[in-house]
Design a protein around this ligand. Structure first.
Ligand code: 8DG
Ligand code: MN
Ligand code: MN
Length: 366
């Protein structure tokens, strides 16, 4: 006999921050399809509707086994009629006709190609597509196209940076970043964040967060690290954004993956283990690296924000607001009932403030 209260307890939450989602996705065939539908809507500027597909995919990623029958989705949250129809079609025929159509669609394919360039977002991709451009060659030969510095670097190093970065390469980069940071400030530390902290084997970049005990040194440490990379001749591109953090302006009401910390978006030369590309005559490849340096007392919030996944972060903020009357961002947690900021030394503190069970980084792949 089933115990009804036990059933309630095990029911999946509609909030990603109340689910444990590891890297082993047993429902990739469904989640890939749902994410193509989401991406296609995002390319058209329809963020709202795309989120329904993102949420549906995320719920499936947290399941302990592959779906075999549509009935198994009956008690799952966030699965709308449209998502269920897609799942049903895949269970029955192995693929979704709508998804196949999108994958063959000229607009989708072109938007996907253009937005794979560092510095090129959906808006730029769209404007190129609308001008009739369909390939990199056409973009680069179009007189009316003006590339900014980031996009110029994006095209210049496209072949290298479109190749996924491995965990081994991420570890090699950590040593390089650590060496540079410590040479500038021996009491500073470097931690890997982003996808690799969640246990991913490959990433589109490597994200690092720098902890420095001296207040107000966040900008100085990043500029010094950048100078060091320059003098080592391993800096290919750098976009440094100085801190605009101001405690008096908290809480910020922008619930995007944006913050006011000192940070930089880099392209770095990484030495290859053995010279595999002898013809090209170079013993390095270009990799994308992000560095962020928050003030010490903000570290836990910054780490939580930069660990991701994007949907996990979005649901943490939404849960805080709707279920707890609190405002969460990458800097702080604000309690609207008491008009106070809640301090945190660790990520565990933040989950505790929110009355949430702690979710480990490798369980945040929502
Ligand atoms: P990937 O690189 O393997 O593709 O995955 P990822 O590591 O999860 O994605 P990411 O694009 O590198 O972003 C990592 C986290 O950093 C993500 O949760 C969003 C967060 N993030 C912030 N602020 C900022 C920001 O200002 N710029 C960028 N690019 N990411 C930010 O919290
Ligand atoms: Mn990343
Ligand atoms: Mn990143």
């Amino acid at each position: 006999r089933t115990n009804p209260s036990a059933k309630t307890e095990s029911a999946l939450s509609p909030y990603a921050c109340q689910r444990r989602t590891t890297m082993d996705n047993h429902n990739k065939i469904f989640t890939d399809a749902l994410e193509v539908l989401a991406e296609n809507l995002e390319f058209g500027g329809n963020q709202g509707p795309s989120l329904a597909f993102r949420r549906a995919a995320s719920v499936l990623k947290s399941l302990p086994a592959a779906l075999k029958h549509l009935q198994e989705t009956q008690h799952l949250p966030c699965l709308g009629e449209h998502s269920r129809a897609v799942i049903e079609e895949i269970i029955e025929y192995g693929s979704s006709s709508r998804v196949e159509e999108i994958l063959n669609d000229e607009r989708y394919r072109t938007m996907k190609l253009f937005s794979s360039v560092f510095g090129v977002g959906p808006k730029t991709s769209e404007s190129w597509f609308c001008r009739g451009l369909r390939s990199f060659e056409q973009v680069l030969n179009e007189p009316s196209v003006r590339l900014n510095r980031m996009q110029t670097a994006g095209f210049l190093f496209y072949e290298d940076i479109s190749k996924p970065v491995s965990r081994t390469e991420a570890s090699a980069l950590k040593i390089i970043v650590e060496e540079a940071v410590i040479s500038v400030n021996p009491s500073a530390t470097v931690s890997i964040t982003g996808g690799f902290r969640r246990g991913k084997e490959f990433g589109h970049d490597v994200d690092f967060i720098i902890k420095t005990p001296e207040a107000g040194q966040e900008d100085a440490i990043l500029t010094a690290v950048i100078e060091r990379f320059k003098s080592q001749n391993i800096l290919l591109y750098s976009d440094f954004q100085e801190s605009t953090f101001d405690l008096r302006q908290l809480p910020t009401h922008c619930f995007e993956a944006m913050d006011h910390y000192s940070k930089c978006f880099l392209i770095i030369k990484l030495k290859r283990e053995q010279e595999t590309d002898a013809r090209a005559g170079r013993d390095w490849r270009a990799v994308r690296v992000d560095l962020v340096a928050p003030p010490l007392e903000r570290f836990a919030y910054a780490l939580l924000g930069w660990t991701g996944s994007t949907l996990f972060e979005r649901d943490l903020r939404r849960f805080a607001r709707l279920e707890r009357g609190k405002l969460l961002d990458n800097h702080t947690l604000y309690d609207k009932a008491t008009n106070t900021f809640l301090p945190a030394n660790t990520e565990e503190d933040i989950f505790a403030h929110l009355g949430l069970e702690y979710i480990e980084p490798w369980q945040r792949n929502a």
